[in-house]
Design a protein around this ligand. Structure first.
Ligand code: PRP
Length: 210
């Protein structure tokens, strides 16, 4: 049988996925010794592993060049796309939250508020669900800087331990949504290779529950 191809989000989710694969019993030596290689074959699992940036994991799965992908719910919510989300892998847990400079009241006053974020779609939906008009400024990283520099009234960003907020004098006002790593599957692969895919998904589900 042709190997399945799975795209993994490089970095922390990659490490957690490798640990999960090892729990299933797959020999992950090629991944542990990958160097700068981006495509690794796991012979005993008959899996070809592609290492990619989060948003690209979705692109490769959507276009069908990868059957499966491991990506954070944050990227799924921001990027959208057409694929099946088949499992919550239970790692990569964090949350989207609205945060402001400590002691400020985000909801006070009538003027239009400004939000800085790396996730304009997530932030936009959060406030439109509340019926609030918000000005959104897209920031590429270290979003915590924006309210400190008075560019914005608040941020919508990922909070994991809360350390970054705390060390920069910010605090959570409201949780937007919880986040964790998800297993996604290309829609055509799911139809064409259903049995084999389901067996792999079941192995992953079992290992994650152990
Ligand atoms: C993420 C996020 C926060 C931080 C939260 O940033 O945007 O800044 O982690 O983690 P904490 O609650 O455990 O402190 P990342 O490290 O991905 O860097 P970036 O902001 O430059 O994207």
């Amino acid at each position: 049988m042709k190997p399945f191809r799975i795209a993994l989000t490089k970095g922390r989710l990659e490490e957690d996925t490798v640990a999960l694969f090892e729990k299933i019993g797959f020999d992950c030596t090629p991944l542990r010794q990958k160097g700068r290689k981006l495509i690794l074959f796991l012979p005993d699992a008959n899996l070809e592993v592609v290492l990619a940036k989060a948003a690209d994991v979705i692109t490769y799965v959507e276009h069908g060049v990868c059957d499966l992908g491991v990506v954070g719910k944050d990227t799924i919510l921001e990027h959208g796309g057409s694929f099946f989300e088949v499992a919550d892998l239970g790692f990569g847990k964090c949350r989207f939250a609205l945060a402001v400079k400590k002691g400020t009241d985000f909801y006070s006053g009538y003027g239009e508020k400004t939000i800085a974020t790396k996730y304009p779609n997530v932030a936009g939906k959060f406030f439109s669900d509340k019926g609030m008009d918000i000005r959104i400024i897209k920031i590429e990283g270290s979003v915590e800087l924006a309210p400190l520099l008075a560019l914005s009234d608040g941020i919508v960003d990922i909070v994991e331990t809360g350390t970054t907020l705390k060390e920069n004098g910010l605090e959570v006002v409201e949780e937007v949504t919880p986040i964790s790593a998800r297993l996604i599957v290309n829609t055509a692969s799911m139809k064409m290779k259903q049995k084999e895919l389901e067996s792999l998904i079941e192995k992953i589900q079992q290992a994650k529950g152990e």
